[in-house]
Write a protein that binds this ligand. Structure first.
Ligand code: IMP
Length: 427
């Protein structure tokens, strides 16, 4: 039974909620390995829409163990709110949701600093959930792991030390510095519940993999938001790429059997940063409306644009993609023509690579495809799709050099063309 990593191949929001839910139908375990409440994965259950931020999308499958691994940054209050929302909808998580005691805590001063910075000149359009400042603390070796929540006296000292180091920044940004007891009181109701869920997740995951269980590693965000490989500095503060699954969960790279890249049939981006294929016209507006392209965490309208094939080839290379899952093809229905960026003109000439450090100066070179009018929601095989949609999807696969494992034609579970059992490759 394989271990599969699923990652976003663009700037996030590729439709991970639905796809991870499908992949986890036969999974024993699903692991989130990075990021935090900045992610927002939308799940559609019947007529109901549910958004998970910290909890893996595999939570819909009652037999699947959900793991929040140590590469994550976790806001105790948000986690408890999310758990309550799930319970309220009848989704029980007790006993099957565990959290690494080495994951780092997002505390109110992280959220405060993130918000204050976003009001200033250095704003990059973060989700203001405290993710960046929390990872800063982790790398500066003054972070507070969730394990520290077990001991209130020790926590008191750690928060005091952290506040001392953040105080000058908070003041400089015009904020007022909270006290240690304000911080501790704010998280106290969540503390006891979280402490009961803490485990050594690395050992748990290792055992599952060794016992030949099906394990899905659920990426958040996307390749181009990776702190090392993305469009720096307009990136998140973690590693949403396939290598990040190993670093963030402690699973060894040789244990991974397959890496699947999620690709939306067009491109979106939330927040600032270069986006050469962006559509600032009515086609972009139409894609935003039909695709419901509004941030699931912040509600911000997402920027929309044509698919970027040099960008996808780059994602295939950085992640070592074995397969693609192509989503939201139905959103393009009704457009008279569809464009795909195949190369870039840059000050140094034309290139079919992604000129990642010159994206603000790169001019996309497009190939134009005929659009289609037929609704796609009922398609269950590639032959059910109009020839124009097939041509477009075929072109994406051959240009990226990766076959598709599935094509999603609507938000419901059943609105999916399954091309291969995702667990079949090297099972
Ligand atoms: P942060 O992760 O909140 O620090 O935000 C940094 C950048 O990553 C901003 O441009 C965000 O809009 C973007 N970002 C973070 N999480 C997501 C996500 O789940 N989907 C899409 N963009 C995201």
């Amino acid at each position: 039974m394989p271990a599969i990593v699923i990652v976003g191949a663009q700037w996030g929001d590729e439709g991970k909620g639905k796809i991870v839910d499908i992949f986890t139908e036969h999974a024993d375990m699903v692991v989130r390995f990075g990021g935090g409440p900045n992610a927002g994965h939308t799940l559609v259950v019947g007529d109901d829409k549910l958004i998970v931020r910290l909890i893996p999308s595999g939570v819909l499958r009652p037999m699947t163990t959900c793991v929040l691994a140590q590469g994550m940054v976790i806001d105790p209050k948000s986690l408890v709110t999310e758990l309550d929302e799930l319970e309220h909808r009848g989704l029980r998580t007790a006993g099957r949701l565990v959290v690494s005691d080495r994951a780092h805590s997002i505390l109110p001063y992280h959220v405060l600093v993130d918000g204050l910075r976003e009001q200033g000149k250095g704003a990059i359009g973060t989700t203001k959930r405290g993710v960046g400042p929390c990872y800063e603390d982790k790398v500066a070796r003054r972070g507070i792991s969730l394990g520290a929540l077990r001991d209130r006296t020790r926590l008191d000292a750690l928060v005091g030390r952290a506040l001392e180091s953040w105080a000058p920044t908070i003041r400089e940004l015009g904020g007022s510095v909270p006290t240690v007891s304000e911080i501790l009181d704010a998280i106290e109701p969540a503390r006891a519940r979280i402490v009961g869920m803490l485990v050594n997740s690395q050992a748990l995951i290792e055992r599952a993999v060794r016992d030949n269980k099906c394990v899905v590693f659920e990426g958040a965000q996307g390749t181009l938001l990776d702190v090392d490989h993305g469009t720096y500095p307009f990136v998140t503060s973690s590693s949403p790429t396939a290598g990040g699954a190993c670093v963030g969960s402690g699973v060894g790279p040789t244990r991974i059997n397959e890496v699947v890249g999620l690709v939306k049939a067009y491109t979106t981006r939330v927040g600032g940063g270069p986006f050469p294929t962006e559509l600032l016209d009515e086609t972009g507006e139409r894609i935003r409306k039909v695709g419901d392209e509004f941030g699931s965490v912040t509600g911000r309208p997402r920027r929309t644009g044509w698919i970027d094939l040099p960008g996808l080839r780059y994602a295939a290379s950085v992640n070592g993609l074995d397969a693609l899952a192509i989503t939201k093809v139905d959103v393009l229905t009704g457009l008279s023509e569809i464009k795909a960026c195949v190369a870039y003109d840059t000050p140094r000439g034309r290139t079919t690579d992604l000129p990642i450090d010159e994206l603000d100066r790169a001019v996309p070179v497009y190939k134009t495809f005929r659009g289609w009018k037929k609704e796609l929601g009922s398609a269950r095989t590639m032959d059910d799709l109009p020839i124009e949609a097939r041509e477009y999807l075929q072109f994406i696969q051959s240009e990226v050099g990766c076959p598709a494992v599935l094509v999603s034609v609507g938000s419901r579970r059943e609105e999916t063309i399954i091309l291969r059992d995702p667990f079949s490759k090297r099972a």
